[in-house]
Design a protein around this ligand. Structure first.
Ligand code: HEC
Length: 105
């Protein structure tokens, strides 16, 4: 009797773990609209397209590669606030790509 119960438990556990594995993982990734992220978080200081006034550097001509942009956006610089608590790494990378794209305009 004990063996039968044990076997049943093994079967239930095995079936249970199989069921878990076959459950499709929902794709939570939502495409990031970098222009919108920039508009909401950066445009008030930098202008909608990265150029505003003498208080902020011209982001269309700034000599920073993507890694440098990500670093400055993540940790801030001078009067530029850090965004590590407000934007996730994917959003920061998308905004950096947007700025790199302006460079080649
Ligand atoms: C509160 C105003 C403000 C906001 C908001 C802001 N910035 Fe800045 N940003 C600045 C200022 C001021 C500087 C110049 C900092 C310095 O060199 O001392 C700067 C500098 C930069 C630089 C150059 C940094 C460097 O290493 O030379 C980049 C790139 C940049 N900002 C991107 C962004 C992006 C992208 C956002 C939005 C996610 C953003 N900024 C939001 C004010 C702002």
């Amino acid at each position: 009797m004990k063996k039968i119960i044990l076997a049943l438990i093994v079967i239930v556990v095995a079936v249970g773990s199989c069921a878990k594995k076959s459950t499709p993982t929902a794709a939570k990734e939502v495409a990031i609209d970098a222009t919108s992220v920039f508009g909401k978080n950066c445009a008030r200081c930098h202008g909608a397209e990265g150029v505003k006034d003498s208080r902020t550097p011209n982001l269309q001509t700034i000599a920073l590669d993507k890694a440098g942009l990500v670093k400055s956006i993540t940790y801030g610089k001078g009067h530029m606030p850090a965004f590590q608590d407000n934007l996730n790494t994917a959003e920061i990378a998308a905004v950096a790509d947007l700025i790199v794209g302006w460079h080649t305009k």
